[in-house]
Design a protein around this ligand. Structure first.
Ligand code: MN
Length: 228
């Protein structure tokens, strides 16, 4: 096989305790998956179920690298999230089988140009420019489920410049990880390498250049990135 130019490099994540890396295929993200966050965004979680959007795989920013403040916005928000990583996939996956497809978990940030998202919502436009910009998915190292199991409860938090901004508990996810995998697999063929960002708890707010973002999920790990 020859190409007219070199193909883009494979995006990958480090895996705790392993030298091999996890190759990323797609990034699916769920919106409004914690009731308190849905309310802070002006929605009623009892009437509007969660939904999905996606980011390009090369939006991953790994290894604790600095987060470059993106162009075209003056209101970039942090959204701390549990990330589930698939080692296999399929279509029409049953909830009962879903966790068998999960390789492991990480802590991620769904960085969002909130001003552009607001415009998109108002105009009925897609969210790509708000959610899918370069480096919009800082992500910590993956931890295999073989080591930590499948977390269903535990604190999820984000501190900005030493102050706690976001706080919640995985027990408050509206859709669980198996429910998200089953739902997604009825819309897309899931494959090994797919990541699912599982939604953010309440407390989203703007970041500024120089801010240190430090977050984590109890039982999974932590994530640090500085806004530059
Ligand atoms: Mn999000």
């Amino acid at each position: 096989m020859s190409y007219v130019f070199d193909p883009a490099p494979v995006t990958s994540l480090a895996i705790a305790g392993e030298s091999a890396r996890f190759p990323v295929r797609r990034i699916y993200c769920v919106g409004r998956n914690y009731a308190e966050h849905a309310r802070e965004m002006g929605h009623d979680p009892d009437r509007e179920p969660p939904f999905f959007f996606s980011k390009p795989s090369d939006a991953i920013l790994g290894g604790g690298a600095d987060f470059p403040y993106p162009p075209g916005t003056e209101d970039v928000h942090h959204e701390i999230e549990l990330v589930a990583a698939l080692k296999s996939g399929g279509v029409d996956i049953a909830e009962a089988d879903a966790l068998g497809h999960v390789f492991g978990y990480a802590v991620g940030l769904d960085m969002t140009r909130r001003d552009l998202q607001g415009t998109a919502k108002k105009m009925g436009r897609p969210w790509d420019v708000a959610k899918g910009f370069d480096a919009s998915a800082p992500c910590g190292d993956l931890v295999p489920a073989s080591a930590i199991g499948h977390p269903t409860k535990g604190r999820i938090w984000l501190d900005v410049a030493g102050e706690t901004r976001q706080e919640g508990d995985l027990a408050d996810l509206i859709w669980s990880v198996p429910e998200m995998i089953a739902y997604l697999s009825r819309l897309f063929r899931l494959e090994a390498g797919d990541l699912i960002m599982t939604g953010t708890p309440a407390g989203v707010a703007a970041v500024r250049r120089g801010d240190l973002l430090e977050g984590g999920v109890e039982g999974v790990g932590t994530l640090r990135t500085r806004v530059v």
